[in-house]
Every structure is written in C-alpha cells, then in structure tokens.
Ligand binder design. Structure first.
Ligand code: RIB
Length: 298
C-alpha cells in the first residue's frame, strides 16, 4: 500500500464551549474543559489512517502529562510513531473555544512542535524520503517544513495553515497546495501578486504563479480544485454543524488518503469534502473523524 508521511504538529486540545466568543477584555463563563488529541499534523495523520491509509507521523511531543493524550488516537489507529520524538518540556497545547454557532477560536502554544526544525526533521529522513505522499502544514518551524519538502521524493501535499513565509520552491512543488480563501490571499501577497477578486481568481493566480495544483477550501461551500484541467468546484454536503474544529484537517487527511490510492485530485477533493462535513457533526477534532465504512453525508 502507498505510504503517507505527515510531518507536523501534535497538540493536546483543551476544549471549551461558550455561547459566543468573548470580546477583547471580556470574561465569559464556559463549559467543557476536556483534553482531546489535536494539532493539524496529527489530525491529518489520524484522518488518513482511520480511512485505511498507511500513515507515519513525524513530529515531537514533550515529556509531560499531555504527551499520552496527544498521541492516544494515533496509536489506536496504528499510525507509525517510530519517527516521533520526545523532548524535554511541554507538549503543544491548543485552547479551542467553540461557540454555539459551531465556530471556533484557537490559541496554540507550540511547545515541543517548536523543536521540529531542520535538524530534527533530518533524523526522519528515511520515513520522509520513503513515503509516496508527504503532507506538511504550517505549525512547525519554517526550516523544518522546508527540510521535509527537500527530503520528499513522493507527492507533496502542503496545507499552509497557518500561513507562514516559505521558500517559493516549496509552494511550487506543492501538488496540491491546500489553503482556505483567507490563506490564499496571504499566499498571493507573499508571492508579490495582487489580491484576487474571488476564490476562483485566487486559485487561478496560484497556478499562474507556478504552484503545480491548488485546492482552495470554502467551508460549507466545498472547495475549488485548480490544476492543468482548469478550476473545478466540488460541493460540500450540508450538515448540522456542531463544531468545525479540525474539519479542514479531516479534509486534508482524506485528500492525502485518496491520492495515495491513485485517485485524481478532483475526485479525491470531492471525497475529502464529505469527510470534512462529517467532522463538523461531532465535538473536537480527532474524536469527530470518520472511519472507513462510516456513512458519509452527501
Ligand atoms: O485545525 C485544528 C487544530 O488546530 C486543533 O486540533 C489545534 O490543535 C490546532 O492545531
């Protein structure tokens, strides 16, 4: 089976529910307080593994009490954690506040994720260079992302969330670059290009800038897939939204899984949109992800 290596963050997510998000300077009562596994890298790795992918995770956790919860579901799902480092200090921590509307606000304290620079990534050369698909995000240091991209011999899926400044060749090597509309605008600005008038134009501009293929996610409206065949809209099924946390990561993990099965980008994205919608119907990130065989909306 084709192998997926995810190089990225693992966090312990502190889940908080609020009726609405507080304004600056305001104190509100909330509920919840559970710790759930998260981190964009780990979320994407888990999403791909639960669907049946052969997945390895390259990342770092601290030597604290959060390391166990942060990795629990990856272990259960059989993700290869041989390239996971344990470093002195704290595991990444995310405070995830979800409002009744389902919208979230997240503060991330990188902790051990901040140690995953070029030298640490280099230690996982075998895992990265041996993978058919390498998945990257923006929650580890820039030099770690660039080193992983340089070591990759397989297809590179780059989800630039959050956006950080990367060497242009990494963006150009992405196949696809996955960004939401807001992130697409920041990337275009980074590339020295004018703001696009809409998501279609942004997707085209990314291709025009030399990115091999791009997926611009549109939340409940699905995604735009831009490649040599043009720009295609893939819809998202409409669901009763409980919590959008990690839905974008579920999308990326599912996309990587289907690409690892040899599917074309637009079909893989159409499937990923259904997985992302499923992930909005439950609380938290990883606990809301579907397994192979679960009935997906749409
Ligand atoms: O994308 C959702 C994730 O962002 C959360 O799991 C949190 O850990 C942050 O990394």
């Amino acid at each position: 089976m084709a192998r997926i290596a995810v190089v990225g963050s693992l966090n312990a997510d502190l889940l908080v529910r609020v009726a609405r998000h507080p304004r600056p300077g305001e104190t509100l009562h909330g509920s919840g307080g559970e710790i759930a596994p998260g981190g964009k890298g780990a979320n994407q790795a888990l999403a791909a593994a639960l669907l049946g992918g052969d997945v390895a995770m390259v990342g770092a956790v601290g030597d604290d009490a959060h390391a166990g919860p942060a990795t629990a579901l990856l272990r259960d799902a059989g993700v290869d954690l041989g390239a996971l480092r344990m470093v002195a200090g704290a595991t990444g921590l995310a405070i995830v506040a979800v409002a009744d509307s389902g919208e979230n606000a997240i503060i991330v304290i990188p902790g051990a994720n901040g140690t995953l620079g070029a030298a640490a990534v280099e230690e996982a050369t075998g895992t990265i260079a041996g993978a058919d698909i390498v998945v990257l995000q923006g929650e580890i240091p820039r030099d770690g992302i660039e080193r992983a991209a340089a070591l990759a011999t397989g297809r590179l899926v780059v989800n630039l969330a959050p956006v950080l400044e990367l060497a242009r060749w990494v963006l150009e090597a992405a196949d696809p670059l996955v960004v939401n509309e807001h992130e697409a605008a920041l990337v275009l600005d980074q590339l020295g290009l004018p703001a696009a008038r809409d998501a279609q134009a942004a997707a085209r501009a990314l291709l025009g800038a030399g990115v091999r293929s791009a997926v611009v996610t549109l939340g409940a409206d699905g995604a735009l897939v831009a490649d040599g065949d043009g720009v295609t809209h893939v819809p998202s099924p409409q669901v009763e939204v409980v919590d959008t946390t990690g839905a974008g990561d579920a999308f990326v993990g599912a996309l990587a899984f289907r690409l690892s099965q040899g599917e074309r980008l637009r079909e893989a994205a159409a499937f990923a949109a259904r997985v992302g919608a499923f992930a909005c119907t439950g609380h938290g990130a990883q606990p809301s992800y579907p397994r192979a065989g679960d009935v997906l909306p749409g």
